[in-house]
Design a protein around this ligand. Structure first.
Ligand code: NAP
Length: 191
């Protein structure tokens, strides 16, 4: 399974141009958190290995929404090591709580954020947080979606997807399933 993912990533040609990816876990009914931001329906510790380590090793910078940043701070030690993290927030935000992390704040249209990070040498961005992903999708900036569905229905919560100005066609790259019931589908956004 890992081998097949490496091949598909290589096929994107990342390195020469900017690739913006999503790697996210959802309930089968499409929620990334409960209404109160609880993540207790996700497998503890991220569950069995399902490609996250390989994915994040290929990322130059992580772009997260302010709400995801605030949640991550409650989960324990800063999880992104020395990977560059950009927190999006429209108001001044104290990012020092991230401890030893390499964290900065940005704001503005997703297109400008991608342009600024590209100008600083990033080739592969990982965008996370529901509202944030939706903004980048609406702006046509996402190329890759890796969605891992956890076998549970939670009925309500923070949705992964939202409204769109037009359909976004996806090309199915691969679907993998894991013994615990995780089902991961990888899509490429059609040009
Ligand atoms: N299951 C998973 O894999 C997964 C992954 C990530 C997150 N989560 C969970 O999802 C929840 C958070 O998701 P969410 O959809 O509520 O919010 P989010 O996307 O994390 O954060 C949204 C906020 O980010 C800021 N923002 C986004 N785009 C911006 C832009 N272009 N410019 C300026 N600011 C921008 C805004 O903050 P201001 O309103 O302050 O300006 C906005 O309200 C948390 O519970 C988190 O734990 C789950």
């Amino acid at each position: 399974m890992r081998a097949s993912m490496s091949e598909s990533w290589a096929a994107t040609g990342e390195g020469s141009t900017m690739t913006v990816s999503v790697f996210v876990g959802t309930s089968v009914d499409g929620f990334i958190a409960r209404p109160n931001d609880d993540l207790d329906f996700l497998p503890p510790g991220g569950g069995e290995p399902h490609g996250y380590d390989e994915f994040i090793a290929r990322v130059d910078a992580i772009v997260i929404g302010r709400k995801t940043f605030e949640k991550v701070l409650t989960l324990g030690p800063w999880p992104y090591a020395d990977k560059r993290v950009v927190v999006l927030c429209s108001r001044p935000l104290d990012v020092s709580a991230a401890g030893g992390g390499v964290v900065e704040q940005m704001a503005g249209p997703p297109t400008e954020i991608v342009s600024q990070l590209a100008a600083r040498g990033a080739h592969h961005l990982y965008v996370d947080g529901g509202i944030t992903i939706q903004g980048f999708l609406r702006a046509g900036l996402i190329q890759r979606l890796m969605i891992t569905r956890v076998p549970v229905l939670i009925g309500e919560g923070v949705p992964l997807f939202g409204t769109l100005p037009r359909d976004i066609r996806l090309r199915h790259v691969a679907t993998r399933h894991y013994p615990s019931g995780l089902v991961q589908s990888e899509y490429q956004v059609a040009a």
